[in-house]
Design a protein around this ligand. Structure first.
Ligand code: NAP
Length: 265
């Protein structure tokens, strides 16, 4: 699909009912994009993201889909195409400019000897298979000059034994990023990964409340002196999705405040 400079820019952010995905959706809406807010099961949280965007003068709609199944991926792609057509001011143009593959599951206690086949398969289904086939389904409506941003993780750089299979899924997404960039580059579509470190979404907020010394531990391992916030991830995503990011593709941007760079002195 050709880029129509008169049409409003559009984005899909998977898993944007909360956490980092919500911050990305808010940021892209602030940049003037019509945003498809995807969620898995929590419809109220998805609607809350849409309401927050609307309260700030932006435009968004929700799409539900379980990304653990291929049918869910297909239904998300269909829902996004239908939503863009319904919400686009120019009804004839339902193109997508930005696809952010953010939704993912993590394994709690995912040590090698504790991992189950079911949990391993679930991790790869949601974190790897879903974004792969979502890109396949949406490439025909992704406009030339658009962007794909995958949300990775610092766990591909830092070995954490209890997140082994999860880290493998994020490693697969880095490979996907690099090779896909070459596949779609002729259409001026960029593909990048933004890799957060520990970021204060609900899970980390609960952990910090339960274990106050955790904040000091986190800061001790980082170059920058604050706990990473969802907005700290949303800003580099918005940059990659903007015209200013047009020459950056196939790469991984570490957005971890400099986690585990090495000894501080
Ligand atoms: P989160 O708060 O757990 O939110 C996950 C989002 O993904 C929710 O919107 C959830 O929707 C959706 N989701 C989860 N499983 C799904 C499924 N099977 N089908 C459809 N949707 C599903 O996540 P987060 O902490 O913001 O993390 C966002 C991204 O950053 C992930 O890729 C994660 O790996 C990465 N990351 C996070 C951190 C961190 O410290 N937070 C660090 C490094 C990397 P529902 O609730 O409706 O299911």
């Amino acid at each position: 699909m050709q880029n129509d400079t008169t049409a409003p820019r559009t984005a899909l952010v998977t898993g944007s009912s909360r956490g980092i995905g919500r911050a990305i959706a808010l940021r892209l809406a602030q940049d003037g994009m019509l945003v498809a807010v995807h969620y898995g099961s929590d419809a109220a949280a998805g609607q809350e993201t849409v309401d927050l965007i609307a309260a700030r003068g932006g435009r968004a709609f929700t799409v539900a889909a379980d990304l653990g199944s291929y049918d869910g991926v297909r239904s998300l792609a269909e829902g996004v195409r239908a939503g863009l057509a319904a919400h686009s001011r120019d009804a004839g143009d339902a193109g997508l400019d930005v696809l952010v593959n953010n939704a993912a599951v993590t394994s709690s206690g995912g040590h090698l000897q504790d991992e189950t086949v079911e949990q391993f398969d679930r991790l790869f289904a949601v974190n790897v298979r879903a974004p792969y086939f979502l890109v396949q389904q949406l490439l025909p409506v992704l406009r030339d000059g658009g962007s794909i941003v995958n949300i990775g993780s610092g766990v591909t750089r830092i070995a954490l034994a209890d997140e082994l299979a999860y880290a493998m899924t994020k490693g697969a997404m880095e490979t996907f990023t690099r090779t896909l960039a070459n596949v779609v580059g002729a259409r001026r579509i960029t593909v990048n990964t933004v890799a957060p470190g520990p970021t204060q979404t609900a899970g980390l907020t609960a952990a910090l409340a339960a274990m106050p010394q955790l904040e000091e531990m986190l800061l001790g391992g980082q170059a920058l002196p604050w706990v990473g916030q969802p907005e700290d991830i949303a800003d580099p995503v918005a940059f990659l999705a903007s015209p200013e990011g047009r020459w950056i593709t196939g790469t991984v941007i570490d957005a971890s405040g400099g986690t585990y760079l090495g000894p501080k002195r």
